[in-house]
Design a protein around this ligand. Structure first.
Ligand code: PMP
Length: 423
């Protein structure tokens, strides 16, 4: 197994003194196999460099933001140009209007856009807009779906109150009966139905949306006067150049976006239709950095490339090559190895691996071969990857399966599973 480099180790020791828990959120040290670096010094194209100078082919893409390649010259030039002219100013730059026009021109259901910084800002704004629109309180959400880290939606309840989560009713994703039952429980107080574009919860196989479920959600929202929200923060632009549910012919009232919309620069968005416009204009939402121009300029440049380049077809082709190649190598080595979700956002889980021991060992072996993969979260492809990169990953996978088979990799239960799965 690879050990973290010496600079990484010393940064962790220093972090333990000055950062609570040494790290937080999805980068908490407990969440990845031993040996995974915690600190990085740079990224270029499809590759990531850790603080000790080791280079990896990166299948996490910053947990989504890297869509076109790290340090993309065109996007970064737009960012730097606006940065030099001015970023956080007393008001927005013209890029704000250009970005809203670009989004509404691309996303079928969208007639307007509000910009913020993180995905959680966008999903929280969707909630408030729906409540302002309906003057009702209750949200229907799918159990296990991630919508952010605010008190109303964080998966770890420390420091929150039951009241933060009042007025929420849960259903099972893709289960029409449970969706109908949740809507019935909300009664005449339903403000919004939230939906991920497909089931992309951590630790379990991803599942495509059942088109009948998406259509039912639309129908129930229409029947009750509630708003339908698609949370496209993670999947946005990796399955369509439109809201992800356009692929199944369902248009939401609101959609939340973030991560890759400016190829890594900090900006997120709530998009909405005319029905929700007055409510969106009535809510008070803002932030010191929400009008900053550089990320908006980067967003305009990114959306242009999304519209005009073949990035989506490229990452679909690369994803299919990876999926087929891995399936062949896993079965050749005799492993039940499940690959789920869109090929552009794959998740890998081993059969008979409840404690993720095989998954952690295989990922560590991949890391040792310079390929950064994740044992329980979906990954992301970026358009800077090449077929040769995928082939490097496949060779690494073959050798790592072999390590597992011959017990050369250390297979032990992922020690911190209790932390990982704690509610
Ligand atoms: N919704 C979804 C579907 C997400 O995947 C995420 C982030 N992983 C969020 C919301 C929250 O986004 P952020 O971390 O930028 O606040």
């Amino acid at each position: 197994m690879t050990a973290p480099g010496s600079l990484d180790r010393s940064l962790r020791e220093r972090a333990a003194q000055v950062i609570p828990g040494g790290m937080y959120g999805h980068q908490s040290t407990a969440l990845l196999p031993d040996g995974y670096p915690q600190f990085f010094s740079g990224g270029q194209g499809a590759h990531l460099t850790d603080a000790d100078g080791r280079r990896y082919l990166d299948f996490m893409c910053a947990y989504g933001p890297n869509l076109l390649g790290y340090a993309h010259p065109g996007v970064d030039a737009a960012y730097i140009d606006q940065l030099r002219k001015g970023d956080a100013l007393t008001g927005p730059t013209p890029a704000m209007v250009a970005l809203a026009e670009a989004f509404t021109g691309m996303v079928t259901h969208a007639d307007w856009a509000l910009f913020c910084k993180n995905g959680t800002d966008a999903t929280s704004m969707a909630m408030v807009t729906a409540r302002a629109h309906t003057r009702r309180k209750t949200l229907v959400l799918a159990k296990g779906a991630y919508h952010g880290a605010a008190p109303w939606c964080t998966p770890r309840p420390a420091g929150t109150t039951p009241e933060d989560r009042a007025n929420q009713v849960f259903c099972t994703y893709n289960d029409i009966d449970s969706l109908e039952a949740a809507v019935a429980r909300a009664g005449d107080d339903l403000a919004a139905i939230f939906a991920a574009p497909f089931r992309h919860d951590a630790f379990v196989d991803q599942v495509e949306v059942d088109p009948a479920y998406a259509h039912k959600a639309r129908e129930l929202a229409d029947r009750t006067g509630a708003l339908l929200v698609v949370d496209d923060v993670r999947a946005g632009f990796r399955v369509a150049r439109d809201c992800s549910w356009s692929a199944v012919g369902v248009q939401p009232d609101l959609s939340s976006w973030g991560k890759c919309i400016a190829n890594g620069h900090p900006i997120s968005a709530l998009l909405g239709n005319d029905k929700a416009r007055a409510a969106a204009a009535s809510i008070y939402v803002t932030g010191s950095f929400w009008f900053a121009g550089a990320a908006m300029a980067a967003g305009v440049a990114t959306l242009k490339l999304i519209r005009e380049s073949d990035y989506l077809e490229r990452i679909e082709g690369l994803g299919a090559r990876l999926r087929h190649g891995l399936a062949e190598r896993a079965s050749g080595a005799g492993f039940g190895f499940r690959q789920s979700g869109p090929v552009t956002m794959p998740l890998f889980l081993f059969d008979d691996d409840r404690d993720l021991a095989k998954g952690f060992a295989w990922c560590s072996a991949m890391l040792g071969r310079g390929v950064y993969v994740h044992p329980w979260h979906n990954m992301f492809l970026c358009a800077a990857m090449t077929e040769a990169d995928i082939d490097v990953a496949l060779d690494a996978a073959e050798a790592s399966f072999d390590d597992l088979k011959r017990n050369r990799a250390e297979i032990r239960p992922a020690a911190k599973m209790a932390f990982l799965t704690a509610g």
